[in-house]
Design a protein around this ligand. Structure first.
Ligand SMILES: Nc1nc2c(ncn2[C@@H]2O[C@H](COP(=O)(O)OP(=O)(O)OP(=O)(O)O)[C@@H](O)[C@H]2O)c(=O)[nH]1
Ligand SMILES: [Mg+2]
Length: 300
């Protein structure tokens, strides 16, 4: 008889290595937003993967980083690091082709007593055999420094070895029954998911122009039932400085319109009903530096 396993896995790594992309691939749903910008993830996101033999409770975390010392950053690091002590296993993600000082800092913080699976992500970016050999050498050197439960090269982009990674992680978990219903994917509310989708569009459409402190607050979220069910959402994009407001709005309001229409499409898909979305832009001076403001936006 095969055993059933269930437990939690924290996904950690420096910013931008593909942690949230990997979570979405492992769970098979867009639960955690992703973008080219570092520090896209700001909250712990739970994603549940259920198979007949196991259930893995993945916790996506903000990228651990040390270059900025603003209050927002301290909160993000705290969120990521405190998760490490509470889980049954850790998935440490790096880019397959390089190890930066920030990766080293993460390695140094992995608790000794928790099993760690190392994922070498983005192997689709290898240009030739030499790149591959270099990555193999990197994996060998890291394995000499820490006894990993497994080392798995993966590519989220090419869907390469994502299932192999899941099996390796499941093998690290304790025996036990499933903690959640089979169809449960996350513990986050639809309201939270809606605000995250808007933030993703903001990050993706403004790219490097927008400082990373921008955030989204849902002011109103009303689910109308009856003959024509639909959801009405008012949301405010909060930027740190007055000069950032025109960037978000764009010429003739073209930017904010695009953010709104792309976000609305995704939220409609999530809620499976029509959505009316109204966006506002507000300036809040230096909120990323202010502990009280960071807390009031829900980053704890
Ligand atoms: N080429 C390639 N790009 C990838 C792969 N996985 C993720 N990416 C890209 O890497 C970027 C960062 O991905 P995220 O999933 O947001 O990274 P993250 O580690 O969650 O980043 P933070 O939340 O900022 O810490 C995005 O542009 C992804 O599309 C992959 O397998 N191959
Ligand atoms: Mg992320």
């Amino acid at each position: 008889m095969t055993v059933h396993r269930c437990g939690s896995v924290a996904i950690v790594g420096r910013p931008n290595v593909g942690k949230s992309s990997l979570l979405n691939a492992l769970v098979g749903a867009q639960l955690s937003i992703t973008s080219r910008k570092a520090q896209t993830t700001r909250h712990r996101i739970l994603g549940v993967r259920t198979t007949p033999t196991d259930q893995i409770l993945f916790v996506d975390t903000p990228g651990i980083q040390h270059s900025h010392q603003a209050a927002l950053n301290r909160q993000l690091n705290r969120a990521a690091l405190s998760t490490l002590e509470e889980v049954d296993a850790i998935l440490w993600v790096i880019e397959a082709f390089r190890l930066l000082p920030e990766d080293e800092a993460v390695l140094a913080r992995l608790p000794a007593e928790v099993p760690v699976v190392l994922a070498l992500n983005k192997v689709d970016l290898f240009k030739d055999e030499a790149d591959k050999a270099q990555s193999f050498e990197l994996a060998r050197q890291l394995s000499a420094r820490r006894n990993f439960a497994a080392v798995v090269p993966v590519s989220v982009k090419k869907s390469f070895q994502v299932n192999v990674l899941a099996s390796e992680l499941a093998a690290c978990l304790p025996e036990g029954p499933a903690a959640y219903e089979e169809d449960m994917l996350t513990d986050r509310s639809v309201k939270f998911m809606a605000s995250e989708i808007i933030r993703e569009k903001l990050f993706r459409l403004l790219g490097d122009e927008l400082p990373y402190e921008a955030t989204v607050v849902i002011d109103r979220f009303i689910e109308h039932e009856g003959q024509k069910p639909h959801t009405e959402i008012d949301a405010t994009i909060v930027v740190a400085r007055a000069s950032q407001k025109p960037m978000v709005i764009g010429e003739g309001g073209e930017r904010i319109k695009r953010i709104g229409s792309e976000a609305r499409q995704d939220i409609m898909r999530l809620l499976e009903q029509p959505v009316r979305l109204t966006l506002w832009v507000k300036v809040k001076d230096n909120w990323a530096d202010d502990e009280a403001a960071v807390r009031s936006f829900g980053y704890e």
